[in-house]
Design a protein around this ligand. Structure first.
Ligand code: ITT
Length: 197
């Protein structure tokens, strides 16, 4: 059994990662199990740098194996923005969504392509690191739709379903999302580590 601390303050991510990593080989810990953790400034220039910083700092502080995810929404028309700044693009999910919709006002459907990117990093207290990167392609809806998920989910349209992540709900989202794909690759890595322990 491997104890893994999910190094994120985003409760939407915690829920998704817990669901995806659900396995008898893994015991999941969250930041709630460690009330006095330091705040980590995400000042990296890439998802990779930010994910590594989060996982390593929290691992150093707790002595636990840590899994961090740095992710973002990249919109073609906005030349990849908000990207690594996705969580800092406004003060609330609503504000961030409205900002995207305003910037894409009157932009037709065929120019609204976007993708979610997720870099997940597993850091061991002895310094070992495992990294995976995954994407999920879609486009930006004209108005928010659906109640599930978090962040930009209500405006992220998945072409195969013609529904937003927020309409699809957690189960289907986890099957196809950037994070779902990245975390399933992490499970394979973790399973090999458990076997070789
Ligand atoms: P931690 O750093 O504590 O993990 P965070 O929310 O700040 O939490 P990031 O820096 O990785 O995490 O920012 C990712 C942002 O991108 C997130 O806050 C959302 O706004 C957006 N995002 C990422 N994945 C998403 C998803 O699956 N659905 C909707 N929005 C997502």
């Amino acid at each position: 059994m491997l104890e893994i601390l999910i190094a994120t303050n985003n409760l939407g991510k915690v829920k998704e990662i817990k669901d995806i990593l659900d396995s008898p080989e893994i015991k999941i810990l969250t930041m709630k199990d460690f009330p006095h953790l330091p705040k980590i400034e995400e000042d990296g220039k890439t998802y990779q740098e930010n994910a590594f910083k989060k996982a390593r700092k929290i691992s150093e502080y707790t002595g636990k194996i840590c899994l961090a995810d740095d992710s973002g929404l990249e919109i073609d028309y906005l030349k990849g923005k908000p990207g690594i700044y996705s969580s800092r693009w406004g003060n609330s999910d609503e504000e961030r969504i409205n900002k995207v919709l305003k910037l894409l006002e009157n932009i037709p459907k065929n120019k609204r392509n976007a993708k979610f990117v997720c870099v997940a990093i597993l850091v061991f207290p002895d310094g070992k690191i495992y990294t995976v990167k995954e994407e999920c392609k879609g486009s930006i809806e004209f108005k928010p739709k659906g109640e599930h998920g978090f962040g930009y989910d209500p405006i992220f349209l998945v072409p195969e379903y013609d529904k937003t992540f927020a309409e699809l709900g957690d189960k289907i989202k986890n099957q196809i999302s950037h994070r779902g794909k990245a975390m399933r690759r992490m499970i394979n890595i973790i399973n090999e580590l458990v076997v070789n322990e």
